[in-house]
Design a protein around this ligand. Structure first.
Ligand code: TXA
Ligand code: MG
Length: 311
């Protein structure tokens, strides 16, 4: 069997990945946020395999990735003026926009919903692949459902290695947390998931305030327990509280996560730190949360989900 991992710099990588996707296969792909498990939106069998490999319920929709902001009119209808204004300002980049789905996108991709979430990733290999394939790529994070997202090819190999057709190694994901998801079918837009671009940076670009979702959320998959390692994660607000809590556990199977004080580095290392708790055989990991501003919001969100009891 040929190697499943290919560098994004390997001259055969693009052709190989495009051929696999064109034939209904699944390829793990680098993005600036986390690695994605990609399938062509034109391949129902590829899309079904993504759900099967991830063990993901069929009602949890996938994000559709394009090569440029022109993807908006391909996959969505009734695109609001504010979405049209925002997209070219934030793409390529870690912002995903929820809009009404066009007929171009099968309901299999969107979990039967009449909406689609779309973004243009910053990793150039991903965009080149969309262009080569001639079709947007649906890609959830390349981890088993409910587990920690991957930010390196090695993480994907550990989790899904035997079940994917190819892993493209594009280096470590520089942002490290998933994209921010905005519902732009509403006015004002609603924040469905805090992520790689903080809301306070998006508000000037959309020209209004962005609000928390009202009523029943349009985004499924926002489960309380998610992004969870096997080790039990405990979140605290201060170093003193961490030391107090650490003293109550067996020191041989407990540790403090060594989180950087710079918040973008914290985000970039977050999932690797969570994974390392399991690698070290810890039963308990204690982490001091960053303040709830900027990227700190996304980090707090992921850590609160990682600390909810795993199933
Ligand atoms: O940064 C990211 O967004 C990464 C990379 C690979 O692009 N992708 C990612 O996908 O995080 P995933 O599947 O792990 O998370 C996507 C979230 C899920 O909670 C899903 O339910 C929600 O987006 N979502 C996708 N399409 C939706 C739709 N049509 N309506 C509501 N929620 C949707
Ligand atoms: Mg995910």
């Amino acid at each position: 069997m040929g190697s499943k991992v290919v560098s994004h710099l390997d001259p055969v990588a693009l052709d190989r990945a495009a051929e696999i996707l064109g034939n209904g296969g699944v390829v793990a792909l680098p993005t600036e946020t986390v690695y994605g498990l990609g399938a062509s939106i034109d391949s129902p069998s590829g899309i079904r395999r993504v759900f099967a490999v991830k063990d993901r319920p069929l009602t949890h929709p996938l994000i559709v990735h394009g090569a440029s902001h022109e993807v908006l009119d391909d996959v969505a209808v009734d695109v609001s003026a504010s979405a049209r204004r925002l997209a070219p300002q934030v793409w390529p980049g870690p912002v995903s926009i929820l809009l009404l789905r066009s007929d171009r996108v099968s309901p299999v991709v969107t979990g039967g919903r009449d909406t689609v979430v779309v973004r243009v990733p910053a990793h150039s290999f991903f965009r080149d692949l969309v262009k080569k394939l001639g079709c947007p790529i649906a890609a959830p994070s390349a981890n088993r459902f409910g587990r920690v997202s991957p930010t390196s090819a090695g993480h994907v190999q550990d989790d899904l290695g035997s079940d994917v057709d190819l892993i493209v190694d594009g280096g470590s994901s520089v942002v490290g947390v998933e994209s921010t998801i905005l519902d732009m079918t509403t006015d004002p837009p609603q924040i469905l998931r805090h992520g790689g671009v903080p809301v306070e940076d998006l508000e000037p670009l959309v020209g209004c305030s962005i609000v928390e979702p009202r009523g029943s959320s349009r985004a499924p998959g926002m489960l309380a327990s998610h992004y969870a390692p096997r080790c039990r994660i405990h979140t605290v607000e201060t170093k003193d509280a961490a030391l107090e809590l650490l003293a109550t556990f067996d020191p041989s199977t407990t540790g403090l996560l060594a989180t950087p004080s710079e918040v973008s580095l914290f985000a970039a290392q977050l999932y690797d730190l969570l994974r390392s708790c399991d690698d070290k055989g810890w039963h308990h990991g204690v982490v001091v949360l960053p303040p709830p501003v900027g990227l700190g919001r996304a980090i707090r969100d992921r850590l609160s989900k990682a600390s909810a009891s795993p199933s």
